[in-house]
Design a protein around this ligand. Structure first.
Ligand code: ADP
Length: 539
């Protein structure tokens, strides 16, 4: 017997319907050079329809790829709606990629049209002449002269919108059609294309609205500091639209702690989301200025492990960090660390420092790194995390690497974790970062967290370096807090670790540096450190 419910397509057009019909009065605020730009979802929806007409006028049809090179701002949000809702594919470009990688992803996706923030034009200009499929480049500009470039004739976004028709008849879409693409940041080899469907984006947005996940609500004012150019800003633009939450966009001030603090405070933000390095910066700002954020109830931290010291630092200011895990290939929400009713207060504190249990819609298991056998959830055994669900990748674009899926169809994440009996995941490492010393594994993440708890340490990362006897040994790279520069010693760090990790885990060397290299999305870049590090004992 078949169910008799409607086969209603799960597409982003539904979220657009909500912002237009239900939340037209709600605000979207974007930081600008001279204050803020402020308008409503209603204004946004009207411009989205004009934009859909512009795209049609440019000859864009179903399945065409539209690249965006833009910060988190209201124009980028308009593209987030217009492009997929008219049947084309939104390809968000990571503006921090190396030029050759940027050209590679634009060419691999065969982007026909690019939309570029005026301030980012110089980045695009570096690959002028290398992107043959691009027919038109449209500049998102607040006015003023364009920087010099060799990109040929450029079109102006605002001029195109002003001339476009006001009404647009949205086509009927298949929920399994592509809505968006995002390439991985290419920590190994060339970036790989992940293609999201309307259905996956819809379900992923719904998942973000649940109270035990991110809990996005109409009552929220959300500041996403995760780039809209990488992993869809963790799905927040659509989640906020579906819920009707007020949105705050930092534009190009994403790495500026003072600007973030000001925007969050002036607009009474309630929920912030970003990678730990952003929150390390914000916490310093809060401590230096004494400015509080009393309206913020949640800071979602993820993208790399949230150091417990950061959670504790934020706790001191009544700011609650909620730890989440995911990746480009998982849309990204996979797990969110909210404690359960059965946890004691003490257990709850432990659990919120883990990456948490899988959210509704995602199934997860761990498998032995060598044999692939499924491992028990005993809090001790660790293995590769494998996931499945309606917003988990089934294949990369142009690169259906079968090795990334298990024979029974689960996605192999490349992360290594333990699971508690009640399903809380603790990431031990990535398969490529875990340190193998004398045949035993050392977790670089655990060492980093322990070092970052030292009061004189701002940031730390640990990598494996080759060792003649042990095969690999851990070496720590530490950035001292500015006020303790030149005052902290290797011995001090090792003494501090002595009662926190096993003796044989202690780093062979602690090297102090002014700054840690970061990846294009703000994570510590171990690949660069590994490539540049002097051998153990060689300094
Ligand atoms: P990239 O692989 O390009 O860094 P992603 O942004 O997709 O791109 O990163 C996903 C990876 O980031 C995960 O596989 C995992 O290793 C790491 N990660 C994400 N969230 C967490 C977290 N909360 N704790 C530890 N690692 C995390």
């Amino acid at each position: 017997m078949r169910g008799l419910m409607q086969d209603y397509p799960l597409t982003l057009q539904h979220i657009f319907w909500r912002i237009e019909k239900l939340f037209a009065r709600k605000e979207i605020v974007t930081r600008r050079e001279d204050g803020v730009h402020r308008y409503t979802y209603g204004d946004c929806a009207a411009r989205v329809k004009r934009l859909a007409n512009v795209l049609t006028g440019l000859g864009i049809g179903p399945g065409d790829r539209i690249g965006t090179l833009a910060w988190n701002n209201y124009r980028h949000l308009e593209l987030y709606y217009a492009v997929p809702c008219m049947g084309a594919v939104l390809h968000t470009l990571n503006l921090r990629l190396f030029p050759e990688q940027l050209a590679f992803v634009i060419n691999d996706a065969e982007d026909k049209v690019l939309f570029v923030d005026q301030t980012i034009l110089p980045i695009l200009n570096r690959i002028a002449g290398q992107i043959p499929h691009v027919e038109k480049i449209i500049v998102l500009s607040d006015g003023g002269d364009l920087p010099p470039h060799n990109l040929g004739d450029l079109l102006d976004y605002e001029a195109l919108l002003a001339d476009a028709g006001k009404e647009f008849a949205w086509p009927v879409l298949d929920e399994r059609d592509a809505a968006a693409m995002c390439y991985t940041s290419g920590t190994t080899g060339n970036p790989k294309g992940v293609v999201y469907s309307h259905r996956s984006q819809f379900l992923h947005a719904m998942a973000g609205l649940q109270r035990d996940t991110l809990g996005l609500s109409e009552t929220d004012t959300i500041l996403p500091v995760v780039p809209m150019f990488h992993v869809n800003s963790w799905g927040i633009p659509y989640g906020a639209g579906m819920a009707g939450a007020k949105l705050l966009f930092p534009d190009r001030w994403m790495g500026d702690g003072a600007a973030l603090l000001e925007l969050a405070r002036e607009e009474d933000a309630t929920l912030l989301a970003g990678v730990p390095t952003v929150w390390i910066g914000l916490l310093r700002q809060i401590e230096q200025t004494g400015i509080a954020l009393p309206t913020v109830h949640t800071i979602v931290g993820g993208g790399s492990a949230v150091p417990p010291a950061l959670i504790e630092g934020m706790d001191r200011h009544d700011l609650r960090v909620v730890h989440a895990w995911g990746m480009t290939e998982t849309s990204p929400i996979g797990t969110v660390a909210r404690p359960r009713t059965w946890h004691s207060a003490e257990q709850a504190e432990v659990m919120r420092r883990t990456q948490g249990p899988p959210v509704p819609g995602v199934e997860l298991r761990i498998a032995d790194i060598d044999s692939g056998a499924e491992l028990p959830w005993d809090g001790v055994a660790f293995g590769e995390v494998q996931v499945r669900g309606p917003w988990i990748i089934s294949a990369y674009y142009h690169d259906a690497d079968p090795g990334k899926l298990t024979d029974d169809g689960w996605f192999r994440t490349g992360d290594v974790a333990t699971m508690t009996p009640d399903g809380y995941m603790s990431i031990v490492d990535r398969t490529k970062d875990v340190i193998k010393s004398g045949g035993e594994w050392i977790s670089s993440v655990e060492l980093e967290n322990a070092i970052m708890a030292h009061p004189k340490v701002l940031e730390a990362t640990v990598i494996a370096l080759p060792h003649p006897k042990w095969q690999e040994r851990p070496v720590a790279f530490v950035v001292p807090a500015p006020e303790h520069r030149d005052q902290v010693t290797q011995q001090e760090i090792l003494d501090f670790l002595a009662d926190k990790v096993a003796r044989w885990w202690l780093p062979d060397e602690v090297r102090f540096i002014a700054e840690l290299p970061k990846t294009s999305v703000g994570k510590f870049d171990k690949k660069v450190l590994r490539a540049e590090a002097a051998p153990i004992g060689g300094e």
